[in-house]
Design a protein around this ligand. Sequence first.
Ligand SMILES: NC(=O)c1ccc[n+]([C@@H]2O[C@H](COP(=O)([O-])OP(=O)(O)OC[C@H]3O[C@@H](n4cnc5c(N)ncnc54)[C@H](O)[C@@H]3O)[C@@H](O)[C@H]2O)c1
Length: 353
Amino acid sequence: MQNRLSVAVIGVGHLGKEHARILGSMPDVELVGVVDPNHVQADAVAARTGTMAYSSARPLIGRIQAAVIATPTAYHHDSACELLANGISLLVEKPLTSNVAQGIDLVSLAEKHDAILQVGHIERFNPAYEELRRRPLIPQYIRCERHGGFTGRSMDVGVVFDVMIHDLDLILDLVGRPVDRVEAMGAAVLGGNEDMAQARVYFEGGCIADLTACRVSPEPARSMRVWGGEGYASVDFATRKVTLMQPSELLRSGRIDSRRLTPDVIGLLKAELFGRFVETFTVDCSGHHSADQLTRELYDFVSSVREKRQPRVTGRAGLAALTLASQIVQTIHKTDLQSTGQLFPSRSASEAA
Ligand SMILES: NC(=O)c1ccc[n+]([C@@H]2O[C@H](COP(=O)([O-])OP(=O)(O)OC[C@H]3O[C@@H](n4cnc5c(N)ncnc54)[C@H](O)[C@@H]3O)[C@@H](O)[C@H]2O)c1
């Protein structure tokens, strides 16, 4: 077997411990160590994955070729700089950094030191998104919804950097055109950063995308709908199903004129609109790959470091998503929904009990 790629995971909390578990089980990878200032966490993950625990990455420089950064976003830049400057390739969790200047810094450091820089936009590896990407649909209008329950994690950033950024990366990838301008609004529910946000992104060339994101939602949702001249596609990221619709040959030929419908044709359309007139089919992508998304993202990272090729989600792609997220947050700050009073009287403690 070829030499094993020596890697480390920096930050082994909720997500980093999963990176460590997967990397520790890859036959062509040697997990040299895990790094976390929380000793209890570092020791527990190191014991489970059969590696060494460290409180800083410095002792690993010179001993690793690559690393995954899964610290809170506020520490991505500091953690990544020294490693990139030593030519160590990185997979940095999303969002790339806390601000655009730091993101530019990491991209230029990686290029200067010939290191691979990948960003953890994991939805690019969702088989339902991959199915959509294979379809010849040119988006003219996109609607994304990403709502989740409160987790208590990633509170160092708002919902745009934490949650909406997944969809920002996807729409940039899908549309492939520069952004012209954005409109946005948002609100903080728990105080601090925005917990819900709404944005409209106008692309050069005319495509428009509407996005909503919420991290304090009672009803989870992760979906994208895309309209184009060729038809319509709807992606459910959770069930990994894609529904595609396109006008049938009969409609495309113009033989039916919706302005001059006879009662018979109206009846027929009502009964058979979806199927005979609008062709509809659903692709269940849940069984498309034996490996999960995180494993496939890590395989892409490991092979791009080995083969010295660009990964699917480059540092520049991560920077583009971050730049758009930052533009949206700045717009939100100008149009913040301010609390002006109460909708109804809060219940007293005794009533609530
Ligand atoms: N791709 C995704 O879908 C996805 C999902 C969840 C989280 N994330 C991202 O992953 C990152 C981590 O999120 P999380 O939910 O695992 O957070 P977490 O708080 O559960 O874990 C972060 C860990 O990093 C450690 N840490 C703090 N400072 C450090 C430092 N300087 N060096 C090394 N370790 C340090 C903490 O002790 C903690 O164990 C965030 O950037 C988040 O946005 C991405």
